[in-house]
Design a protein around this ligand. Structure first.
Ligand code: APR
Length: 236
């Protein structure tokens, strides 16, 4: 495909798996170890904020111990080489795409290394722990600081920009996601309806594999670099 055409890429936890970041629904995935309703819903946070803070504090501390893998680096190379419109939409809350050099990137489920104040709406980068006693750095209120992540039942971020990109896409590539969570799981239909060629790159067939025009299965660390090199070389 000529590199001035428009591309949208969606990533999920599978793109970070080879960096050592837990996925959610694989065997031994996060949701097999902890009930998502207790730690990834507004109700869970209201019921036991300290437990939710501890869950995200541990994952935020874990960011220091992981590195971008070959898939993250290949996607940053693709963005640099791509002359046309390019948008990388990630469901992940880790910072591995940024650390690999991706810039035209949106975190539709928020970011682990960021805080949100439920009192004044302030959002800031945040690398350390947070808790119920953490004062908001903007309004100084206590008890309103939370991880800037999108919980089940909350509205994902950047949806207008994402749908605009999907409707203008010539190519939609979904990488490392189970297709179990909406609205991300229906992006492939949105892009397909707009005439995009749709490709799934995943370790194994996802729930939505039937919606894709093409699927390549295998570990992202080897499948994604090969796919990207073909794309840049004009082989696709
Ligand atoms: N390479 C490629 N794909 C992989 C790899 C790998 N090394 N390892 C696992 N996968 C695939 C799995 O086969 C699975 O299809 O990645 C997918 C991970 O699926 P999930 O664990 O469901 O993660 P994800 O799709 O990102 O979840 C979506 O659910 O809990 C919410 O907010 C959370 O953003 C998350 C959303």
């Amino acid at each position: 495909m000529a590199t001035e055409r428009s591309i949208v890429i969606l990533t999920g936890a599978g793109v970070s798996a080879e960096s050592g970041v837990d996925t959610f629904r694989d065997r031994n995935g996060l949701w097999s170890k902890v009930d998502f309703r207790a730690v990834a819903t507004p109700e869970g946070f209201a019921a036991d904020p300290q437990r939710v803070h501890a869950f995200y504090n541990a994952r935020r501390r874990g960011l220091a111990g992981v590195e971008p893998n070959a898939a993250h680096l290949a996607l940053a190379r693709l963005e640099a080489a791509w002359q046309g419109p390019f948008l990388l939409v990630t469901q992940n809350i880790d910072d591995l795409h940024e650390r690999a050099g991706s810039e035209r990137l949106v975190h539709m489920h928020g970011r682990l290394a960021a805080m949100l104040c439920a009192n004044c709406g302030e959002r800031r980068d945040w690398r350390g722990d947070m808790g119920v006693e953490t004062p908001c750095p903007a309004c100084r209120s206590v008890g309103f600081v939370r991880p800037d992540v999108v919980w089940f039942g909350e509205m994902p971020h950047h949806m207008e920009r994402i749908y605009a990109a999907l409707n203008a896409a010539d190519l939609f590539v979904s990488i490392g996601t189970s297709g179990a969570v909406y609205p991300a799981a229906q992006f492939v239909q949105e892009a397909g309806r707009a005439g995009a060629h749709t490709v799934e790159l995943n370790l194994e067939p996802s729930e939505g594999v039937g919606d894709f025009a093409e699927a390549i299965h295998g570990p992202a660390g080897s499948v994604v670099p090969r796919f990207v090199e073909d794309l840049i070389a004009g082989g696709r």
